[in-house]
Design a protein around this ligand. Structure first.
Ligand SMILES: C[S@@+](CC[C@H](N)C(=O)[O-])C[C@H]1O[C@@H](n2cnc3c(N)ncnc32)[C@H](O)[C@@H]1O
Length: 220
């Protein structure tokens, strides 16, 4: 199958099949900055969206949080499940294959916090992102936190490569990325209390990603 015909879900599966620890074994910068915020807010039960191979999942679990981690990549989720079994952490980490564009498979008020690094910045339209943020409110308890990151309009890849939709471009690696400006993020978060939106950098081997860290509190 050519790169062009492959869905993003198939692309992520291939990437995780081919490369163990594609994003490295260390937690992301968002994971590092989120942990003290989660601890300060007495968070125990966390839902992670787009967990990939779980670099942040492991970091949170090792630091005393219980994590339910979702991704639509069967390969990423199976690798996490095998590792959780091997390390006897199955009671702390639950990994599920799930496309987050479908309703989240949990009852109302199930989680103290939701975390996602570079998940909303995937091939999701603004309407889909809004729907998922709304669904997040349902499964979050009152006062719960939603912490996420997206690549932004100051990123060096913004406006480059193959246009795929509004504010979305497919890079030469075959990944579709949705870039957000601050105003759009504030509109998408209108039902939440916006605690802060701030820019941060994430260096790669070849360029530095520009992201927004978004921290929201669920008002019910
Ligand atoms: C940029 S990666 C980040 C992975 C992980 N958060 C990390 O930082 O290591 C984005 C992840 O989102 C997942 N993803 C993209 N769209 C998704 C969807 N609609 N439902 C569930 N997972 C999705 C991909 O499979 C991929 O693992």
């Amino acid at each position: 199958m050519s790169n062009r015909d492959m869905t993003q879900q198939q692309h992520w599966d291939n990437v995780y099949d081919d490369t163990k620890n594609f994003f490295g074994q260390q937690p992301s910068r968002l994971g590092l900055s989120a942990l003290p915020v989660l601890k300060k807010n007495d968070v125990i039960e966390v839902l992670e969206l787009g967990c990939g191979q779980g670099r942040d999942t492991w970091f949170f679990a090792k630091n005393g949080l219980r994590v339910t981690a979702l991704d639509y990549s069967e390969s990423g989720v199976c690798q996490m499940q095998d590792k959780a079994k091997e390390k006897q952490m199955e009671d702390i980490i639950t990994a599920k294959i799930h496309d987050a564009r479908e309703p989240l498979p949990f009852p109302d008020n199930s989680f103290d916090a939701i975390f996602s690094h570079m998940f909303f910045t995937m091939e999701l339209t603004e309407e889909e992102a809004a729907k998922i943020l709304h669904e997040c409110r349902r499964v979050l308890r009152s006062g719960g936190l939603n912490i996420y990151s997206v690549r932004n309009n100051h990123d060096p890849h913004y406006g480059k490569f193959e246009k795929m939709g509004k504010d979305m471009w497919k890079n030469p690696g075959g990944f579709v990325v949705h870039f957000y400006n601050e105003e759009t993020l504030r509109q998408l978060s209108a039902d939440y209390d916006v605690l802060w939106i701030k820019e941060f950098d994430e260096p790669t081997n070849t360029y530095t990603r520009k992201l927004y860290e978004v921290v929201l509190r669920n008002l019910k």
